[in-house]
Design a protein around this ligand. Sequence first.
Ligand code: ADP
Ligand code: MG
Length: 237
Amino acid sequence: SKSPIGRIVDPESGVVSFSRYAGSRKFYELPISKRTKNGLERGGFKKMTDIQVASLPHALCGRDILGAAKTGSGKTLAFVIPVLEKLHRERWGPEDGVGSIIISPTRELAGQLFDVLKTVGKYHTFSAGLLIGGRKDVDVEKERVNELNILICTPGRLLQHMDETPNFDCSQLQVLVLDEADRILDIGFKKTLNAIVSQLPKRRQTLLFSATQTKSVQDLARLSLKDPEYISVHEKA
Ligand code: ADP
Ligand code: MG
């Protein structure tokens, strides 16, 4: 498969490269922080999958992404790495509040995402929280949600916080991720998602990943993405 050639800024040196990383399949050759590289190593991740090769150079430049690749192709790291790098480059700290929101269709998938974030983000100092429905401690959550840097949420619980939590502040949001967007829409969260997106700052990066490119995913993309890179990785015939 072909790799895109993108403008990439190395976070450590500030050097802009147009082609150096194109074609590479190794995580350690990406222009990412040592902290993230160590986290990837800890997770046993060495070589990128096709969707990671195709999307990471664009996502790391701050572009919006509409990415489609089948289940099991490695979409999680295609957004977890750019989220960590964006906050790292912005020198995000505890007092900066919510810097990234990752929306997942189900509690189970959100929990799995949280585990990946904990592994790959282990050497960063960001705080992250799992905001999912069905848990009893919503009031405790309400007190702590503004202290978190990365929120992993199901749509209903996120909107509940937006509506009910005093001083819930996502005005500094840097990166929004809509994971498994086709499943989020299948479950019937279209209105909830629209309500969430309408309350978020317009100036942000949005990464939307899906196993399939349905009409409703494209509608959601039109609402939430700005001049996105369309990245679709198909199975080899
Ligand atoms: P998707 O979201 O596309 O369904 P996941 O991100 O959940 O896929 O990844 C599927 C599996 O592949 C997971 O077990 C994950 O740990 C593994 N995986 C992802 N990327 C890599 C990689 N670059 N190298 C090795 N394993 C990977
Ligand atoms: Mg996934």
